[in-house]
Design a protein around this ligand. Structure first.
Ligand SMILES: [Zn+2]
Length: 344
């Protein structure tokens, strides 16, 4: 229920961290804070680091010391004073049972007679029942309990929850900060590869790191090939959708979003460097031949990009959209960009 000792403040979190330290030192840190930031920009990292700082017996210059009993428990990943609550695997929501377990936890005495921290990732993954079960604990928490609620989309958090929390908004990194950080994590990687991963993940460094640390590079190209085949009408949009909607809808949408934004950028600037990967180059050539009016083509690409973004939001929001139909519709629209007849 806990995690290893987290060190290394993300550079784009510097001033938010300072703000939290000032409040902690003045004894004014709220018992419930809603920490919001764009997805995959490191807010869980920030929250766990903050939790470890609060639990530390002798913080050094505003950071966990790494040597006290509490820090050692954190490093071992089993500090009973830190509880992380997140949707269980494959589930999109935090279940009411998990909140009951949390309540049972806060009703027991603290292990160290110090603070206990609950990190809830994320608050929009609470359904109404879970939120209701949590309300009383948020309203009248035991004196030693600190809640750190995380959110990608604070406006989607139920008002009954957010109104009981102090809001702490974390900034997103700018591109250079994200690239420098990625380079520090993966010193062997070429800058060009890092930039590609960052573009592909729409500027989200944690997602880019996950892509770079796995075999997703080749997986990306696989989705690219599938999109190119669809665009060329070599494969029915319904078939492509049918193949991916159950298991890889998120990845396909991510690749499609990356394609559309890159292709639109190319239409506007004419700069070949924005096109990463062989299939994307071929797609750009195909679109140019189909419709030489680059301004109009760019507008259509961006309109479709908007729709893909909305589908991504729906998917991330734990709603239950009909993914097969949604993907079919988006892929049919992609096909129509190449100027040929729509297939039935
Ligand atoms: Zn310590």
């Amino acid at each position: 229920m806990s995690s290893a000792l987290i060190t290394g403040l993300l550079p784009w979190h510097n001033s938010a961290w300072q703000q939290a330290q000032t409040q902690l030192e003045a004894g004014q840190f709220s018992h419930a804070t809603l920490i919001s930031a764009g997805a995959d920009t490191g807010k869980r990292h920030f929250a766990l680091m903050l939790a470890q700082r609060i639990l530390c017996r002798s913080p050094q210059q505003g950071f966990a010391c790494g040597a006290c009993v509490s820090c050692k428990l954190n490093a071992a990943g089993n500090n009973p004073d830190l509880m992380l609550v997140a949707p269980e695997e494959k589930s999109k929501i935090i279940k009411v049972d998990q909140i009951r377990e949390l309540k049972k936890y806060i009703e027991t005495t603290s292990h160290a007679l110090g603070k206990r921290i609950i990190v809830l990732d994320t608050a929009e993954h609470l359904n109404v029942n879970g939120a209701n079960a949590l309300l009383k604990s948020l309203e009248e928490p035991p004196a030693d309990v600190v809640f750190l609620l995380l959110s990608d989309r604070p406006r989607s958090v139920l008002a009954t929850i957010s109104s009981r929390c102090v809001s702490l908004k974390l900034p997103a990194p700018d591109k250079q900060q994200a690239l420098d950080w990625l380079q520090a994590q993966l010193p062997q990687s070429k800058g060009e590869r890092l930039e590609y991963a960052l573009d592909y993940t729409q500027g989200r460094p944690m997602a880019a790191l996950a892509v770079l640390s796995s075999d997703q590079d080749s997986e990306q190209e696989q989705f690219g090939v599938a999109l190119l085949k669809t665009l060329r009408h070599e494969e029915l949009a319904t078939r492509t959708a049918g193949r991916y909607y159950k298991t890889h809808a998120g990845e396909l949408l991510e690749t499609l979003a990356y394609w559309l934004s890159s292709l639109a950028k190319f239409q506007v600037t004419g700069n070949q460097h924005v096109l990463k990967g062989d299939s994307l180059h071929q797609a750009a050539n195909l679109l140019n031949t189909a419709n030489p009016d680059s301004g109009r083509q760019a507008r259509r690409l961006l309109q479709l990009y908007e729709q893909v973004s909305q589908a991504q939001t729906q998917l991330a929001g734990g709603g239950n959209p009909n993914m097969q139909l949604l993907l079919e519709d988006l892929l049919l629209q992609l096909q129509s960009l190449s100027g040929k007849e729509l297939q039935a």
